[in-house]
Write a protein that binds this ligand. Structure first.
Ligand code: MN
Length: 193
């Protein structure tokens, strides 16, 4: 089975003015396509892994029986494929507030504002390329942290709940060096909270 670039549930300009159409188009049709293609390329060498869901490959990353450079390729491009697929799904032009998640977040972090501040600071201050994550850890506790590059919380045994791409390709056309402003505006297109 080959992975295909996932279709978006909205048009490239649907998240304007917070995320501009050109950024969405390049991010989806070029960057995400490249992760998808390179992920397929490494899987071509391992027919036995082709029927294993990408989520499982990332969970089992450390114990996959592959060359080290291919493990790295699965980490980077399998991660890139899945992280972006998830990112498109948690954004929307219109909110569909998830009350259950919202009250859980309020309970865990004291208030929604506390959570928003923690997540925003994690995203804005992450050094270099990576993502900010809200996850459920191995004890089902909600946690916020940043991960480098395309690393997945799945490889730590955690379940992703929300993510924010802070690679420069995610915001540079519109926001240039103003990552904190991109992060602040992104809350407007987050689907669930
Ligand atoms: Mn990206």
């Amino acid at each position: 089975m080959k992975y295909e670039l996932p279709k978006l549930a909205y048009s490239y300009d649907a998240l304007e003015p917070f995320i501009d159409a050109k950024t969405m188009e390049v991010h989806h049709s070029k960057h995400h396509q490249t992760y998808t293609d390179k992920f397929n390329a490494v899987l071509e060498k391992y027919p036995v892994l082709q029927d294993v869901p990408v989520e499982q490959l990332l969970k089992d990353l450390a114990k996959l029986e592959v060359d080290e450079k291919d493990r790295n390729a699965i980490r980077n491009h399998g991660g890139g494929y899945l992280n972006h697929k998830f990112f498109w799904e948690i954004m929307a032009p219109k909110k569909e507030v998830n009350e259950e998640l919202k009250s859980e977040v309020e309970k865990e972090f004291g208030s929604f504002e506390n959570f928003k501040k923690l997540f925003s600071e994690t995203a804005a201050n992450h050094f270099g390329s990576g993502w900010a994550w809200l996850v459920r850890d191995e004890n089902s506790k909600l946690k916020v942290y940043g991960l480098n590059n395309q690393d997945s919380p799945l490889s730590l045994g955690h379940t992703p709940i929300l993510c924010l791409d802070v690679w420069e390709h995610a915001y540079y056309l519109k926001y240039q060096n103003r990552r904190a402003e991109y992060v602040e505006q992104w809350w407007n297109v987050l689907k669930f909270l």
